[in-house]
Design a protein around this ligand. Structure first.
Ligand SMILES: C[S@@+](CC[C@H](N)C(=O)[O-])C[C@H]1O[C@@H](n2cnc3c(N)ncnc32)[C@H](O)[C@@H]1O
Length: 210
């Protein structure tokens, strides 16, 4: 299996420094920071959840590597009430909590390295750019196993795992995930670039537990 070239985006230090700056921007100008892969992508993901017959406004939804939490803010805006976000960067969680508080939403955020553990059971687990970031670490081979094991364990047997990536194709993800998840849908996405690669197509895929 071919891996990506290591990059600083695969290290916690990078994200800690980045969110420190984003907290300052939020405090100074109210700017929540980056919407990874753009608002179009977020809209399409939320539309998919809204159309899904088994998802309700009370579905328990976890965003892994939630960053500033803007995906969960969009879900809260649409009336979803059972929302959780985890990130290993303490500053990301501080930023996400400040944004949710300012907007008057109750979202449960906690600091957590998803490669260490993921507690609870969720109807939907969402990842936008987090597996991409993890894939840019030199230890990806070991990390991939931990990521898959923890996400698989935390997903309800009838739940959905939705992942958006710009570094992997559908075939590659299917190959990485084949012992844990099966792909059940492909959400159309616009073009974007990330992590040194240009012209990549963003891929949003929906998986169910094997
Ligand atoms: C590209 S950003 C995406 C942030 C957010 N999902 C979004 O779409 O705006 C990747 C995020 O993954 C987080 N992350 C990377 N590795 C992680 C890990 N092992 N555990 C928890 N969070 C992690 C980073 O701190 C960062 O917030």
């Amino acid at each position: 299996m071919e891996e990506l070239q290591e990059s600083e985006l695969g290290s916690q230090e990078y994200w800690d420094n980045r969110y420190k700056e984003e907290i300052e921007n939020f405090q100074d100008h109210g700017d929540p920071g980056e919407i990874w892969f753009g608002e179009d992508t977020v809209e399409r993901l939320i539309k998919w959840i809204e159309k899904n017959e088994t998802a309700t406004k009370e579905s328990k939804i976890l965003d892994v590597g939630c960053g500033n939490g803007m995906f969960l803010i969009e879900l809260a805006t649409e009336g979803y009430t059972n929302l959780f976000g985890v990130d290993y960067s303490k500053d990301a969680i501080t930023l996400a909590k400040s944004i949710a508080q300012k907007q008057g939403f109750e979202i449960q955020y906690s600091e957590c390295d998803i490669l260490e553990h993921l507690d609870g059971q969720f109807d939907i687990i969402h990842d936008k750019g987090t597996y991409d970031a993890i894939s840019l670490n030199a230890n990806i081979k070991e990390f991939r196993g931990k990521y898959l094991e923890n996400v698989h364990k935390a997903l309800d047997p009838n739940g959905f795992f939705i992942i958006t990536t710009c570094n992997w194709t559908k075939d590659e993800l299917n190959e990485h995930f084949r012992n844990h998840f099966v792909c059940v849908d492909n959400i159309p996405t616009p073009q974007f670039q990330f992590g040194g690669k240009t012209g990549n197509t963003v891929t949003s895929l929906v998986y169910r537990k094997i």
